[in-house]
Design a protein around this ligand. Structure first.
Ligand SMILES: Nc1ncnc2c1ncn2[C@@H]1O[C@H](COP(=O)(O)OP(=O)(O)OP(=O)(O)O)[C@@H](O)[C@H]1O
Ligand SMILES: [Mg+2]
Length: 221
């Protein structure tokens, strides 16, 4: 099995005024290619912080993070931006869609800043795949929560990233919609053979993953 991502003795501290809080305390783990990993743990345990580190959106205070054997912590901001564009798709708990763009434009945006024809065609394909063929020209405010989350997923996966990060992607949805969104994420990850790292409070969902990692107070238990 090929290792995609490797954390070695990773620490993360936040400065709160005068105080330093260590939210990640020496974490070691890896994610393999085409592996689905669930992260569970109570509120404030450091789950979102871990995803931020995986995405290169936070720099560890100490330790090594390797992605495909490249040391992320040595990257410049520009290199990190490049790395994210190529390799990472993120689905947040709240959807962060751009309100003045249609569903189609929100998805095409991650492919092409200038909405080239090809980007729109690909965005339409993927939205159709996710059951939103009749919602392409709707703005986020005209979509239900589940539909918005599907647009967010389409946006995260359109570049076929090696690693899909999902932070409680079903947290805002009712049970039926949660099931649909969870299935979508799993199907996409399996279909494209991409890794998925899923933060969730839903144990049933977590148990569908290949592996489950429990975080407490910044360490793996
Ligand atoms: N930018 C920041 N500055 C200072 N402290 C922070 C910052 N971001 C997070 N924290 C603190 O780090 C700890 C871990 O936060 P994190 O968001 O990773 O938790 P979480 O496990 O995702 O929780 P939840 O389940 O509520 O989303 C918390 O105590 C939080 O208050
Ligand atoms: Mg969180």
């Amino acid at each position: 099995m090929n290792t995609l991502l490797q954390f070695s003795d990773v620490h993360l501290q936040y400065q709160n005024g005068q105080n330093l809080t260590e939210v990640i305390r020496g974490i070691n783990f890896s994610i393999n290619q085409n592996e689905r990993l669930a992260i569970v743990g109570k509120s404030g345990s450091g789950k979102t912080s871990l995803l931020m580190l995986m995405a290169g959106l936070e720099k560890p205070t100490l330790g090594s993070i390797k992605f495909q054997n490249q040391e992320l912590t040595s990257y410049s901001e520009d290199q990190l931006t490049d790395f994210r564009k190529k390799n990472i798709g993120i689905v947040f708990q709240s959807f962060y869609l751009i309100p003045s763009y249609t569903a189609l434009e929100n998805v095409a945006l991650s492919l092409e800043i200038n909405f080239q024809k090809n980007a729109l065609v690909q965005a339409e394909e993927i939205l159709t795949d996710l059951g939103l063929k009749d919602r392409l020209y709707h703005f986020p405010s005209q979509l239900s929560g589940g539909e918005q989350q599907r647009v967010a997923i389409a946006r995260a996966i359109i570049n076929k990233p090696e690693l899909i990060l999902a932070d409680e992607p079903t947290g805002n949805l009712d049970e039926d919609n949660s099931q649909v969104i969870a299935d979508l994420l799993f199907n996409v990850s399996q279909k494209y053979q991409k890794s998925l790292c899923l933060v969730t409070h839903d144990l049933e969902l977590a148990n569908k993953c290949d592996r489950l990692m429990k975080i407490d107070n910044g360490t793996i238990i």
